[in-house]
Design a protein around this ligand. Structure first.
Ligand SMILES: *Cc1c(COP(=O)(O)O)cnc(C)c1O
Length: 369
């Protein structure tokens, strides 16, 4: 079986460097904060072209702490994508604000700025695009809308490490850019981890304080914060992996190029990459009305695939008691039934990519046709 993603192989490739980094932390006797965290924060900020990076416990916390640092809460509305992973919805509702879902462009799967503009009301406080599947949303029009209406732009970049927008890396466009280092991400830890990058020193300080018990001086608690910190072991591992991120993303891009050139297009819609985007290829997502049969046939042919995501957030039981549960979001609902993610990753070798293509070709001319 060709696995969807082989995390063991990723660790094995860097095993010596990871061992050395972890041993350094073990020997340091320092297990929360400290130099390892500071060094990774500096390196990742520099990588993103941002002035600040604040490590936090995970991607969901990065989103929630960013909203809290922007003082968004009760009575406020936040615009989110209807087809995103549920994390940014959960962050919005966790701070007491209301999600206002907007449908994506059905080809890029990212927020459509024209529809975002129509959704802005006097209660809107922020726009929260997700750079879905590792491809940047169209940031310039979203930034212009945010400026025009006095809104915050808080980006969910959990899938977009190394992705570029108009040649510039994602991570320094919006007020706060939120990252996850969940193991399967392009930059993944060996456990949970997250960060926020920003050019705003006040926002950076506020997020750091909120994630550290609301305290910027030990035992002095200025606000009611929480505990959400990136730990030094993960920071050390991430520092190692950051050095390989561009090379590993280039391997993903090579697979994506090959899929784009060789997968059959009669019955499959392949990813559409706008001129402004240089994706990190976190996922390679094809769309077909016969998705479930395609997935089954690929499994029979030895190719593991996943669905990102099978149930749109407004149809989740988690939101069954909210007004948004009955929202009409036909694009998100259709995409949930039609998207399929093919294997892609830095450790997927050329022969495996060729076998994936072969398996899709066989299916396409067979039962799915
Ligand atoms: C992974 C992911 C998150 C959340 O990450 P965690 O670190 O698991 O909390 C948020 N948004 C998107 C789009 C993601 O893919």
């Amino acid at each position: 079986m060709i696995p969807f993603l082989d995390l063991g192989a990723a660790t094995a490739e860097l095993r010596a460097e990871i061992d050395e980094a972890m041993a350094r932390v073990l020997d340091s006797g320092w297990y929360i904060g400290g130099g390892e965290c500071e060094r990774f924060e500096e390196d990742f900020a520099a990588y993103c072209g941002a002035r600040h990076c604040v490590g936090v416990g995970n991607g969901l916390d990065a989103l929630e702490l960013s909203l809290r640092a922007c003082e968004i809460g009760d009575g406020d509305e936040v615009i989110v994508a209807s087809n995103t992973y549920i994390a940014n919805w959960l962050a919005v509702t966790a701070v007491g604000a209301t999600v206002v879902p907007v449908e994506p462009d059905p080809l890029t799967h990212n927020l459509d700025p024209a529809l975002v503009e129509q959704a802005i009301t006097p209660a809107t406080r922020a726009i929260m695009p997700t750079h879905l599947y590792g491809q940047s949303a169209d940031l310039d029009p979203l930034l212009a809308l945010a400026r025009k209406h006095g809104l915050r732009l808080i980006e969910d970049a959990a899938q977009a490490h190394g992705a570029r927008y108009k040649g510039q890396r994602v991570g320094a466009h919006g007020d706060a850019v939120c990252w996850s280092f969940y193991p399967g991400k392009n930059l993944g830890a060996l456990g949970d981890g997250g960060a926020v990058t920003t050019n705003d020193p006040e926002l950076a300080a506020a997020i750091r304080r909120l994630g550290n018990y609301g305290s910027s001086r030990k035992y002095v608690n200025e606000v009611r914060g929480t505990n959400s910190r990136l730990d030094p072991l993960q920071a050390a591992v991430l520092g190692v992996k950051l050095r390989h991120l561009d090379a590993w993303n280039a391997r993903r891009a090579a697979i994506a190029r090959r899929y784009l050139a060789e997968l059959p297009t009669e019955r499959l819609i392949l990813p559409v990459v706008p001129d402004f985007a240089d994706p990190a290829w976190h996922l390679f997502v094809v769309t077909t009305p016969k998705r479930d049969r395609l997935q089954q046939q690929l499994a029979d042919g030895g190719v593991q695939t996943l669905i990102h995501y099978p149930i749109p957030p407004h149809r989740q039981q988690a939101y069954a008691d909210q007004a948004v549960a009955t929202a009409r979001l036909p694009v998100a609902e259709r995409l949930a039934e039609e998207v399929l993610s093919l294997p892609i990753g830095p450790q997927l070798i050329e022969q495996e990519a060729a076998r994936v293509i072969e398996a899709v070709r066989r299916v396409d001319h067979g039962a799915v046709a």
